[in-house]
Design a binder for this molecule. Structure first.
Ligand code: SF4
Length: 346
């Protein structure tokens, strides 16, 4: 049952059931940050896909930030760019306040600090490698040969596979889906990263083990102070795990803030529509109509206007905003504490 279904609006820590600590120091130097980030691709027919189109974002130490939105909104491209797996067309990624370098040696050093956890653990693991080899691989790539066995065992234990030695010689096909995802997470933890980027980390898992993996990510935040960016299309998941949330639509962040505030009182019509279809939501479900987002044909004015329920219902017209909705682009949101990009809210 999700927190929304239970009507309980207070998130819990993984370990104690006490309210999750807020991220203590909003002024702490962000572990990962981007400024004016844009990623464009050439598309068939001479068109240009604006997959990420001007994003400012901040991830602080020891916080989980959910990056949410429909598929195709650019969130995976944004996550890959933050990891240095894609080079931005414009803008800058900062790690601990320093611009990310793209020389091979810069990226190799960055790989130790920022680890990716993919959606499908079966695809992420080599079926011919044992659990031990899978987890040790990162250490070997980075030339960290000392205490390899202890480090592998420690990473497996931290990922909840105990006793670790029992799993050393297992192959991926001998494990459950949840255990395979724990091995992937152990492979990330073995390098003692500062940040994990998890792309739909439980989407391929049975409902019965999803909660366990989410609890593991929260425990890593609580125990290790690990920061995590969790990419998800599922606002219920964001509610259960994140400290803050950024909602993305067609390459832009349209709303962000503390997850409790955004999901209990969403301001942007897109966020409202997504929240309205969560199980247990008190709002009447709003099904978005209109063309699905297309990064090669970003509408003028507010990029959400062709699908906006407020515009369709006449509410934007009554508020005198309909002209701006259709014709005036919204400014890019800054990376502060909270924000919403909508002419009705400015
Ligand atoms: Fe809807 Fe207008 Fe707000 Fe865009 S700016 S989300 S079209 S009300």
């Amino acid at each position: 049952m999700t927190a929304m279904e239970g009507g309980a609006m207070t998130r819990k820590t993984a370990l104690t059931g006490a309210p999750a600590p807020s991220v203590e120091d909003a002024d702490a130097q962000p572990v990962l940050e981007c400024e004016g980030l844009a990623v464009r691709y050439d598309a068939p027919g001479g068109r240009v896909a604006r997959a990420v189109d001007g994003v400012n974002l901040r991830l602080r130490p020891g916080e989980i930030l959910a990056l949410a939105g429909e598929s195709g909104c650019g969130k995976t491209t944004l996550a890959r760019t933050l990891l240095g797996l894609e080079r931005p067309s414009e803008g800058t990624v900062y790690f601990r306040g320093r611009p990310l370098g793209y020389r091979p040696r810069d990226l190799k050093a960055y790989r130790r600090e920022a680890q990716l956890v993919l959606q499908d653990p079966s695809g992420a693991l080599n079926p011919r490698h044992t659990v031990y080899e899978a987890v040790a691989e990162g250490l070997r790539i980075h030339g960290l040969h000392a205490d390899e066995r202890e480090r592998v065992a420690d990473a497996l234990s931290r990922a909840g596979l105990r006793p670790a030695e029992k799993f050393f010689l297992a192959y991926p096909h001998e494990l459950s889906g949840g255990q395979r995802q724990r091995v992937v997470i152990a492979g990330a933890l073995v390098l003692d990263p500062s940040v994990i980027v998890a792309d739909e980390p439980v989407a391929s898992l049975d409902a019965s083990v999803r909660g366990e993996i989410l609890a593991l990510l929260m425990r890593l935040r609580d125990e290790l102070g690990l920061a995590a960016l969790v990419v998800t299309h599922d606002l219920g998941l964001a509610w259960n795990i994140a400290d803050r949330i950024a909602v993305m639509y067609l390459g832009r962040i349209v709303e962000y803030g503390e997850v409790d505030a955004v999901l209990t009182d969403p301001q942007h019509p897109y966020t409202r529509a997504l929240v309205s279809i969560l199980p247990g939501s008190p709002a009447a479900p709003q099904v978005l109509t209109g063309e699905p987002p297309d990064a090669t044909a970003v509408p003028g004015g507010c990029r959400f206007h062709p699908r906006c329920p407020e515009l369709r219902s006449g509410a934007a017209d009554s508020a005198g905003a309909a002209g701006a909705c259709r014709g005036t682009p919204l400014p890019v949101l800054g990376a502060g504490e909270a924000g919403v990009a909508c002419h009705l809210r400015t």
